[in-house]
Ligand binder design. Structure first.
Ligand code: ZN
Length: 181
């Protein structure tokens, strides 16, 4: 097997297996799954891209930044714009990060664990589910994350749908996910 073929094979396998997502500041991963009637989008990002720090907030100003981030992440209409003809509407958003749940807008349950205070890096996962009346009309999704979070420079997108799987790379100047029918 020559090096070129091996490189292709390895790259493909790594992309699909999602085994070891690199924690690179400026980069995040997006998974887009088109299913019958539903569009699921999952964002996995270093907190630095969204917040500018990766630890618990230390003062009121930082707590306010966490609240503002959560509000921006929950405003899905600004982040993901799908074809009008697909008639998609947001069903749910959930945010997962080692930050105080009340700042993320999550309901606090008695089992909520205390966030760790001494991690060097931290990530946030945001899961979105949209229900779409005519999902066959869904051809593309304009991603607004770069405008809302300017520290984000690159987005690696994996899509899965009826036509199969793709890996796409978005930047602030090319921020559209293409979904082939
Ligand atoms: Zn980090």
């Amino acid at each position: 097997m020559n090096k070129f073929i091996f490189g292709l094979f390895f790259g493909f396998t790594a992309a699909i297996s999602h085994a070891a997502p690199a924690h690179l500041h400026g980069q995040a991963e997006l998974t887009v799954v088109v299913d019958e009637g539903a569009l699921s989008i999952s964002l996995e990002s270093p907190l630095d891209n969204l917040l500018g720090f990766e630890r618990l907030p230390r003062n009121d100003a930082e707590r306010q930044r966490v609240r503002a981030m959560a509000i921006s992440l929950r405003a899905a209409a600004n982040l993901f714009v799908s074809d009008v003809a697909a008639q998609c509407s947001l069903s749910s958003v959930s945010l997962h990060a080692a930050l105080p749940p009340e700042l993320l807008g999550n309901s606090v349950s008695p089992t909520t664990s205390t966030p760790s205070t001494n991690t060097e890096h931290a990530e946030l996962v945001a899961d979105y589910v949209f229900s779409c009346h005519t999902i066959a009309n869904l051809r593309q999704i304009e991603v607004g994350l770069f405008k809302v979070f300017p520290r984000l420079k690159r987005l690696v997108v994996q899509t899965a749908g009826p036509a199969g799987q793709t890996v796409q790379r978005l930047t602030p100047s090319a921020s559209r996910v293409v979904l082939e029918p």
